[in-house]
Design a protein around this ligand. Structure first.
Ligand code: ZN
Length: 198
C-alpha cells in the first residue's frame, strides 16, 4: 500500500528532477534488482507516461523509499563515473609530463624559439641548432618510481581496470546486466506498453 504522502513525495520528486525521463535515466545507473528493472521499464515506456509513479511502485512491488534511494545511488554512480573519467584523463597528462621530466630530453631553445639563430641572424649562443639538452630530473624519477611501487602494492591498477571493464562486479557491470535484462523483458512482453492503468 502506498500512502498519500508517499504519492505526493514521488510527484514532487519527479517535478523537481525535471520530469520522468530524467528520473528513469538516472535510475539506470543504480544497482537494480528485478523489481527495479521492471519499474524502470514501465516508467520509461511511452504508454505509461500518464500513470503515477506511486501506481507503478505498487505494480512492481517496490516502495517509494526504495525508488528515492535508488535514484540517489544512480545519481552518485553517474557522477562518480564522470569524475573517474576526468581524473583518469588528467592523470594521463600528469604522468606524461612526469615521464618526460624523468628522462634526458631536448626542448626548443626559448631564446631563439627553436630556430637556432637570433633576430640579427647571428647563431644563437644558448643552444645547438635551436635545441637545449635537459638532463633527467632525479626528483621526477623518484616520484615516478614511488607511484609505480605504490600502484603495485595497493593493487590500484587492477582496481581501476575492474571498474571499467565490467569484470569486477561494480556498478557499471550491474548497469549493463540490468540494461540487458530490461531489453530482454521488452522483447518478450510487448503487451504492457499498450495497457491503460489507472
Ligand atoms: Zn637558441
Amino acid at each position: 500500500m502506498v500512502s498519500t504522502r508517499a504519492k505526493e513525495a514521488l510527484v514532487s520528486l519527479e517535478d523537481d528532477l525535471g520530469g520522468r525521463a530524467v528520473l528513469v535515466e538516472t535510475l539506470h545507473f543504480a544497482n537494480l534488482d528485478p523489481r527495479g528493472v521492471e519499474f524502470v521499464r514501465q516508467a520509461g515506456s511511452l504508454g505509461m507516461q500518464a500513470v503515477p509513479l506511486a501506481t507503478l511502485c505498487r505494480q512492481c512491488n517496490i516502495s517509494p523509499y526504495e525508488i528515492i534511494k535508488l535514484h540517489r545511488e544512480g545519481a552518485l554512480n553517474r557522477g562518480q563515473t564522470i569524475a573517474y573519467t576526468r581524473a583518469a584523463e588528467a592523470m594521463n597528462a600528469i604522468m606524461d609530463d612526469l615521464i618526460d621530466k624523468a628522462v634526458d630530453h631536448e626542448v626548443d631553445c626559448p631564446r631563439c624559439d627553436g630556430t637556432g639563430e637570433l633576430k640579427n641572424k647571428a647563431v644563437c649562443p644558448d643552444c645547438t641548432h635551436g635545441k637545449r639538452f635537459i638532463g633527467a630530473d632525479p626528483k621526477a624519477q623518484t616520484k615516478l618510481l614511488d607511484i609505480m611501487q605504490l600502484g603495485r602494492k595497493a593493487g590500484l591498477n587492477v582496481g581501476i581496470v575492474n571498474k571499467f571493464d565490467g569484470s569486477g562486479g561494480g556498478f557499471f557491470d550491474e548497469f549493463v546486466k540490468a540494461s540487458d535484462k530490461a531489453t530482454r523483458n521488452l522483447q518478450t512482453e510487448p503487451a504492457v506498453d499498450g495497457q491503460v492503468v489507472s
